[in-house]
Design a protein around this ligand. Structure first.
Ligand code: SF4
Length: 345
């Protein structure tokens, strides 16, 4: 049975090729060919016949199938990708000038059951493998090259799609390593962000094992009862402990921790909420993304008014904690944060 080429980090591919007595420089050349140049055609002439035979007998290059594509009026693109076992996940391309950011899924469904999240309703079906995470990027890129050749550059990656990335640590770590490998995509670590609900077992591994990519913590409330309701794993992994570890994570002094704050009308948008948030993050290398809640069919929270949003931000500003209000894109196709659900299409 063949293994996906996109499953291997460069050191893993080097071991595989060494075990099969193939020339040492070949894995780097293949990374360059498939990731940097993003060629899909036959290899260059200087790959030996034996190597070509080994590759064709042992490695597959299949990408997930595009099940559906929805294009938003603001140029956001939402894909529903189907894997070989029929499981589906969503991936979103978010436009920014002539480039895109891509929002990748790490699991089919999610076990965390956050109360504001469309994906959380689905429960966890399975983890994605590294090649399925990479496959979302490559298939979306191919779609862009074909359909929007003038602006097909994907400049940033966020793990904010379906799933808790740190619950699938090894596969996400493998994908990050491939994204940053010099012979591969050669992406800067600053261009990759992993978002977590505060899954402590993964956070505890991060500092020693994860490349120095950005971390975003879904904070949403500093009050225990409210955060328990929004993010039920808060009961098992208390915020104090999560914040302690998160603050040790950026390995580069210049780097900020991103705190996501989903603002729900009348729930976590009061002065007390802003004050507690400001006091918690004051003096830390913190940046807050204030995300007004996007209601979806059946959701229990409401979106605050523009005035209420501005007031919350002004109150937070008093604590000198930098923040921005993020009006998510793709609202008209349910592509905004917390709205991905591959069963709801
Ligand atoms: S918000 Fe993220 S961690 Fe929470 S249920 Fe949704 S996908 Fe899972």
């Amino acid at each position: 049975m063949k293994t996906s080429f996109f499953q291997y980090t460069l050191p893993e591919l080097e071991v595989l090729f060494k075990e099969n007595n193939l020339v040492p420089g070949l894995p780097g050349k293949l990374f360059n060919w498939h990731y940097k140049l993003q060629n899909v055609g036959p290899y260059e002439e200087d790959i030996s016949k034996g190597a070509k035979e080994f590759i064709s007998q042992n490695l597959s290059f299949d990408l997930p199938e595009i099940d559906t594509v929805h294009e938003s009026a603001d140029r956001t693109v939402k894909f529903l990708f189907k894997f070989q076992d029929g499981k589906k996940v969503e991936t979103v391309l978010i436009p920014s000038k002539k480039k895109y950011g891509i929002c990748l899924s790490s699991q089919v469904g999610c076990a965390m059951k956050c109360s504001f999240c469309h994906t959380g309703l689905q429960g966890l079906e399975r983890h994605l493998q590294t090649h399925e995470i990479l496959g979302q990027f490559l298939a979306a890129k191919q779609w862009l090259v074909k359909n929007r050749p003038q602006d097909s550059h994907i400049a940033t990656i966020v793990f904010m799609g379906q799933g808790e990335p740190l619950h699938n640590f090894d596969a996400v770590k493998g994908a990050c390593e491939i994204f940053i490998t010099r012979q591969g995509f050669s992406m800067s670590m600053e261009k990759i962000t992993i978002s977590t609900a505060g899954y402590l077992p993964g956070l505890e591994r991060w500092k020693a094992e994860m490349p120095d990519v950005n971390i975003a913590l879904s904070l949403h409330s500093t009050f225990k009862e409210k955060r328990d309701e929004l993010i039920p794993i808060n009961k098992a992994y208390p915020l104090d402990k999560v914040l302690e570890i998160v603050n040790q994570i950026p390995k580069t002094k210049k780097r900020f921790v991103i705190y996501e704050y989903l603002l729900a009308k009348g729930f976590n948008d009061t002065y007390e909420d802003a004050k507690s948030l400001g006091e918690t993050l004051q003096g830390k290398r913190a940046f807050v993304n204030i995300i007004p809640f996007n209601p979806f069919p059946g959701s229990k929270y409401q979106r605050p008014t523009r005035e209420e949003i501005d007031m919350f931000k002004a109150e937070l500003d008093e604590f000198n904690v930098p923040s921005l209000v993020r009006f998510t894109k793709g609202d008209d196709i349910l592509a905004a944060c917390g709205q991905l659900n591959s069963k709801a299409l």
